[in-house]
Each structure stands twice: as C-alpha cells, then as structure tokens.
Write a protein that binds this ligand. Structure first.
Ligand code: C2E
Ligand code: CA
Ligand code: CA
Ligand code: CA
Length: 277
C-alpha cells in the first residue's frame, strides 16, 4: 500500500532514530574496546618482483568478545566520526612499529612497515604521534611508511604537502593508497613527497579480461616511473595477474595470492622464505 506523506516522514524519522542510537551504542562499545585492548593488528606482506619481502601492511581488526573478529568496514567510519580514530590510530601505529625489531632480529632490516592513515588522523597531531614512536623505538629512515588516499591529500593539498614534508624529516615514507579511484591533480602529485603509488585492487581484479583495466594499470606504472616513485599492486589474487604485473614493471605485489593478512608471528616464516616467482 502507498504511504501518505505524513506516515512516510514518521517512518523515516523512526528509522533514523534507530540508526542514531545504534551508532551511539557502537561508539560506546568502541570506547570500551580501546580501553580493554580489544584491537589487534594483522599484517599482509608485499613482495618485489624477485620474490623478496619488502613491506608488511598493518590492518586493524576488532576482537569483540561477543561477535568475534570484525573487519574495519564495521567500525572505522564510527571511529572517524567520533574522533576515536586518533586513539585507535596511535595503538595501531605503536603495535605495528613495535615489530621493526623483530624484522631486524630475523635478518630483514630493510623491510618497511606500512600503516593506514585516515582523513581524521591527518593533522599536526599525527606528526607528534609519529615522532614519538620513531624516537622511542629508534626507527631508522625508511622503516615506517604511511598510506594516504588521494582524497586525504587532495582535500587540502598545500597543507598536505607541508605536513608530509615535516613527517618525512622523521625518516618516514609515504604511499598513495587506492591510487586511481580518487581524483588527484598531476600538478600536485609531483609536489607530494611520496615514495610509491598503490594501484587499487579494482584495476587489478579484471586485469586479464578487461583491456581498459590493463591500460589503466599500464598508465599508473608509467606515471609512477615518470614521477620517479615506485608502484605496488593491491589485491593480486591470480598467477596471471602476478605475471602481467611483473612483466609490466610493477615494483611490488600484494594480495591473497602472495599472502593473507595474518598475525605477525605466523607471517614471519613466509617473509624469510620469500615468494617463489
Ligand atoms: P586498504 O588499505 O585498501 O587495505 C586493503 C584491503 O584489501 C584489506 O581489507 C585487505 O584485507 C584486503 N585485501 C588484500 N589483498 C586482497 C586480495 O587479494 N583480494 C581481496 N578481495 N581483498 C584483499 P581490510 O583489512 O578489511 O581493510 C579495509 C580498509 O580498512 C583498508 O583498505 C583501509 O582503508 C582500512 N584500514 C585497515 N586498517 C586500518 C587502520 O589501522 N587504520 C585506518 N585508518 N584504516 C585502516
Ligand atoms: Ca592501505
Ligand atoms: Ca589500498
Ligand atoms: Ca583498495
């Protein structure tokens, strides 16, 4: 049956209230979760074209005692909106960077640890948090990488350049995450102090069957070359994709084919073994 204007308004209103109160509950739970150390960090490896491990990306998970292991899609937005992302981001940064000494001990001192940074975290406070962890752990230059999306840096490019340059003085490098899905100006791109572009999974997915996606991947690799920065392909799932990317000069590969996100301890042996190409 058709609903009248009034009823519809009432219906939307109550739905909105339910969502709002659910959101409040979630934020309350997130606050407790932060205090109770319910967040853990998994790591996904990146390998170069010779199969050497070059980087691990930290990916946060919420180990909820009731609901089990939750993906970022379930809670990152709420963390950003509520400001809790600052505290969560700090926990992830510290947890991730604390593994640097384990990489060194395992004979992998050149490997990077990459950490995702969302828009709400990209403030002067980030400089302080990064400085704190770099000094406290004595991280050498290049050990820590921050992943920023195009939208984060393009929101206010001049401010972004300034903040990135300041953070770069701490020996931290930068990659542009999900590259190709946002809008970035080439004029700015060359001014950002970035070390690599991460080709978004959506272009890698259908590389074999879709000529446009293959053309996009080729152009991003070309663009990165002319900017003198590296490339990492995300979401590599098949041997065909892996081969194509290697043959077209993509520097780094990341995806379920090469390794799933997992606890650092279980990942370490495969980092040492490398990826058989
Ligand atoms: P992202 O930075 O693009 O991370 C890659 C996502 O793709 C991860 O999902 C990863 O598990 C997934 N993935 C990797 N390889 C493959 C593959 O071969 N196939 C498929 N289908 N998926 C693959 P995850 O862990 O659920 O993270 C989702 C997003 O949440 C991340 O996207 C990132 O934007 C955000 N995120 C994760 N951890 C953090 C964090 O500590 N801080 C912040 N601010 N954001 C985070
Ligand atoms: Ca990322
Ligand atoms: Ca990404
Ligand atoms: Ca992506």
């Amino acid at each position: 049956a058709k609903l009248g204007g009034r009823n519809r308004a009432v219906e939307f209103r109550s739905e909105y209230d339910v969502n709002a109160s659910q959101r409040l509950q979630l934020v309350q739970r997130l606050r407790e979760a932060l205090d109770n150390d319910e967040f853990t960090v998994l790591f996904q490896p990146q390998f170069d074209c010779d199969g050497r491990a070059i980087c691990v990306e930290a990916l946060v998970r919420w180990q909820d005692p009731q609901r089990g292991l939750l993906l970022p899609a379930e809670f990152i937005d709420a963390c950003e909106d509520s400001g809790l992302i600052m505290q969560l981001g700090r926990q992830v940064l510290n947890a991730a960077a604390s593994h640097h000494e384990h990489l060194v001990a395992a004979g992998l001192p050149q490997m990077r640890i990459a950490v995702n940074v969302s828009a709400a975290q990209f403030t002067d406070e980030l400089y302080d948090d990064v400085e704190d962890v770099v000094l406290r752990l004595g991280l050498p230059p290049g050990a820590l990488e921050l992943e920023l999306t195009e939208s984060v840096v393009m929101q206010s490019p001049e401010r972004a350049i300034d903040l990135m340059k300041r953070i770069a003085t701490l020996g931290v490098c930068f990659s542009i995450d999900d590259f190709g899905t946002g809008y970035s100006s080439l004029a700015y791109l060359k001014r950002f102090p970035i070390d690599r572009l991460k080709i978004d999974r959506s272009f890698v997915q259908d590389l074999d069957s879709n000529v446009q996606d293959a053309a996009i991947c080729r152009s991003i690799i070309e663009l990165a070359r002319s900017l003198d920065v590296g490339t990492v392909a995300e979401g590599v799932e098949t041997v065909q994709q892996e081969r194509w990317l290697r043959e077209h000069g993509c520097v780094g590969l990341q995806g379920f084919l090469l390794g799933r996100p997992q606890p650092f301890a279980t990942l370490l042996p495969s980092l040492l073994a490398g990826y058989a190409v």
